[in-house]
Structure formats: structure tokens, C-alpha cells
Design a protein around this ligand. Sequence first.
Ligand SMILES: *Cc1c(COP(=O)(O)O)cnc(C)c1O
Length: 381
Amino acid sequence: MSDWRIPLCEPDLGAEEEAAVLRVLRRKWLSMGPEVEAFEREFADFLGVKHAIALANATAALHLAYVALEIAPGDEIIQPALNFVAAANMTVAVGAKPVFADIVALEEPTLDPAEVERCITPRTKAIVAMHYAGYPCRMGQLAAICQRYHLALVEDACHAVGARYDAADGEVVSGMLGAIGDIGSFSFFSNKNMAVGEGGMAVTNRDDLAAKVRLSRSHGMTSLTWDRHKGHASSYEVILNGFNYRLDELRAALGRCQLQKLPLNNERRRRLVAHYRQRFNELPNWRVPFVDGRESACHLMVAVAPDAQSRQRALEALGQDRVQTSLHYPCVADFSAMSRWCNQSLDKTRAFQRRAITLPLFPSMKEDDVDRIVSVIARGR
Ligand SMILES: *Cc1c(COP(=O)(O)O)cnc(C)c1O
């Protein structure tokens, strides 16, 4: 498909997925039905969360999270500028204002609780915690801030399916990422740890939020096509103004296969990241963020160069060796579509953007590939 020697990522799709798709085709029911129900149940069990609601993608999950939390025009949502743009775009979609807070450090590129607290105003309604690369944010501190100021905690857990947060000393908050805050979002886009093409999930332990997300997913209608097909309902009422954010059966069937494979695939990712970390020890001025990957879903392998010039040399050397690289992420606050909002200082986010590099990471990758990549960077210095 591409002429990369080592691509950035590659989904694990095999005989299980082929069989699952055939099973759905032969059943001749394509839109939301029994596969979606089973996928939701299995995903909720895996996370130990009360409700999992399958959706068209994670952007829809973030949108419906804000809708269910009744975030309204004029409200503010504090969030990282080091993120994919979806959380900020959906903030604007509900008429609210994104307030971008800086990261803790280049070695810990997640939302800084002290910065978050500085950004709180009487209009603040929610905080979005994004578990960068699959590593947990400082959830104990963020949850404490939310409790103190009566704010909702939304987890953008798109990188973190299968990862945990264990309470630090003196904290009580712990659990699977995505299921700790009021509501969490997951993505099953092609390059994520679980890949179905396009798909997402909202998870929550709150019955009120789950009911609103379920209704909003399908036009605010009180019964679904599948219920009518089964003879459970012949008519419907519309009790809120919803959307069409449903997942279909083919993708749900793929999602069930991907969930089965996730624990082993995440373990493989952790081992590859451990190998990367070991090899990067040989490059004295380079850093691999976070201490280790034990609690991480290891979605991305990101290294931080000593400066922008070294990063540029590494990008060029890897490109010449046909190794695919990426940047997670350009600072969201600096996009022209976000320029209406003036924000706090984002010095660390911007420094990270100038020095970070995302390297290949996927379960079928080999240790030899890691060795090759780090050697190319070492030679390019
Ligand atoms: C992929 C991703 C999204 C968006 O997910 P979609 O399913 O493509 O809508 C949002 N946030 C983060 C952190 C992501 O990685």
C-alpha cells in the first residue's frame, strides 16, 4: 500500500475480523442491532463501567458528552492545547469557549492541574483530561479540582483503551482510564489501538448521562429501528433534539474482535516501548516522556529531541530511510479557527510541538525495527 520500510502504524486485522464481517453480512441486518449491543456490553465489562454507548466516532462521543452535561453558549471548558482538535471543535460546536491550559513538563505532556486551577472562572463547566499517548493524566489532582469547584470531568481516552490509573499517595481516585471521570470517550479510528475504520464509544457510571447520550445518539427517539423490527415498538416519540451518531453492525463486529485482541496487543506495545526506552538511553539529550509504560496503553511512541534542529535532522534521516514519522500534536490554540480565543501561556506545549517526534509503533513491529530507527536517529545527530 505504501513504500514505507516501517510505517507509523498498522492495524492487526486477520481471520477473526473476516469471519465477523461475514457473520454480519449473512445475518442481513446492517444498522445498529445485536452486534452493537454485544459490543457495548463487552466493552463495559472490560472497563468495569456501568454504561458503554457505541457511536459513529469519538468526536461524536465528545459532542454528546458536552450535550449531556448541558454545556451551553458562554460556558468554558478547560482542556489541553496538546491534543487532537476534536475536543476543542466540539466545545465550539456547543457554543462554549475552549480555554487551553499548558502541560506539566516536556517529560509529562499531560494537563497541568496547577495551570487548570489558574484557568477556572465562574463560567467554567468542565475539564477535559486527555491521556497523552496512553499514559494517565494526574487524575487524582484533576478529580479533586473538579470536586472543589463543582466541574464535570470529561476524559478524552482515545489513546488509552485498556490503561489504568492507580492512586498516588493520599489519593482515592483509581481505575480504568475513561471510566474515572463523569464521562469518557474512545476512538476506534484506523490508527488507534482498537481499529474498525470509523467508530467510537462513550462510557459513564452516571445513569442520567447515559440516558441522554443514548437518546441523543439516535435523533432523541424513544424507540429504535431494531426494536421495531423485533416487534417491541411500532411507533416512537422524540423527546429531545438529537443527532444520528449510531455505529453499524459491521463495525461493531470488528470492534468485538479488536477488543478480544487488545490485552495481548497492548502488552506487545509495552514491550516495544520498553525496548525503545532502553535504546534511547544511548542518546543522552533525547527524552522519552513519562517514567515507564506499565500503566499505559502505549498508543504512541513519542520522543523529545534536545532542540528543534535535532528534531529536523532526525525527521530527514528517518524519511530518507523510509521510516514514517508524525507529530502529535500541533498546538490546537494556534490553529486559525481557534484564534478567536486568547489564552494562557502555552510555552511548554509549544516547546513540545517544536521538539517532539512520533515514531512507528504497532503490535507486529519487530525489535529490529526499533533498533534500526534509533540507530538512524543516532547517525543523524
Ligand atoms: C483519534 C482521536 C480523536 C478523534 O477520534 P475520532 O474517532 O476520529 O472522532 C479525539 N481525540 C484524540 C486524543 C484522538 O486521538
